[in-house]
Design a protein around this ligand. Structure first.
Ligand code: ADP
Ligand code: MG
Length: 276
């Protein structure tokens, strides 16, 4: 890959879980040695069913959770969460957006304060500069300036996700990890948020790791697709490669299970109707 901004090598994460009887513990291998690169400005979609390790991967990439082993390199710098070697710049370089924006927004914090907080903590900007930056970002994510003084509960799910995205890019990260960012939203709202993400990617030169279990979303947003299955990356290729010619048995099953055929048959029925 010509210009990878993210390089992941043999990344593993085990969880110690109690086995029940006699307080015995055992290891759960949530991520079992995953390697991939992501090119600057591109979108890698990570797909797979619930429990396959997607969120565990997301938490390692965003330095929330340490890997059990393996390496993560962001823009040429190796991340070592265990050695206290993570600089503020590195933390700022990677941000995350979760599925449930309400859970990640403080209900007592007005939207303006939500957006200004990262600036307050990490920059020497004045209050007036922070306010201007927050208002400018509201506009970038398609929210009117009047929302600056409102609380999260006054927003729809889609609007809250716009706020969460805005907050995540206030410090101009290099990499944005999106963990099922549209899964809780209505279909029409999903499309709006996906379009917004595309626009922001261009404008802010963002690289996305986009986690989803929904193949229609992945097809829309991804440049490359990595398929996870029980903690392993079983397939990785360009979107068109993976969609048109899935290699791994699991990928074939996954794709066969999606209602692609249904969409085609509905289209045909509609066409037949309008012809009649
Ligand atoms: P996904 O996001 O693909 O649904 P997760 O990464 O959340 O998958 O989970 C992968 C596996 O790790 C699952 O078996 C899950 O139960 C387990 N797991 C996730 N987080 C923890 C944790 N903090 N402690 C123990 N097991 C966990
Ligand atoms: Mg998850």
């Amino acid at each position: 890959m010509s210009d990878p901004i993210l390089k992941v090598r043999d990344l593993k994460r085990d969880y110690v879980i109690s086995g029940g009887m006699f307080g015995k513990t055992k290891l759960l291998h949530a991520v079992k040695g995953v390697s991939f690169d992501v090119a600057r400005g591109s979108t890698l979609a990570v797909v797979g069913e619930s429990g396959c390790g997607k969120s565990t991967l997301a938490r390692m990439l965003t330095m929330i959770d340490p890997p059990t082993s393996g390496t993560i390199e962001i823009d040429g710098e190796t991340i070592d969460i265990t050695s206290h070697g993570i600089t503020r710049e590195m933390r700022q370089a990677v941000q995350i957006v979760f599925q449930n924006p309400y859970g990640s927004l403080n209900p007592r914090q007005k939207i303006g304060a939500v957006l200004e907080e990262p600036l307050l903590l990490n920059t020497s900007m004045s209050a007036a500069e922070r306010r201007d930056a927050a208002l400018a970002m509201l506009e970038k994510v398609g929210l009117p300036p009047a929302h600056y003084g409102r609380y999260p509960h006054m927003f729809s799910g889609g609007q809250r996700q716009r706020v969460a995205i805005a907050r995540a890019i206030m410090l101009r990260p290099k990499l944005l990890v999106l963990d099922e960012p549209v899964s809780a939203l209505d279909l029409s709202v999903q499309a709006q948020i996906l379009n917004l993400l595309r626009d922001l990617q261009d404008e802010f030169d963002l690289t996305y790791v986009f986690i989803s279990h929904d193949l229609s979303v992945v097809r829309y947003i991804a440049d490359e697709v990595m398929v996870m299955y029980f903690g392993e990356a079983v397939e990785h290729g360009t979107r068109d490669q993976v969609f048109s010619d899935p290699q791994h048995d699991y990928t074939k099953t996954l794709f066969a299970a999606t209602p692609r055929a249904d969409v085609e048959s509905i289209k045909k029925r509609l066409a037949a109707k309008s012809a009649a």
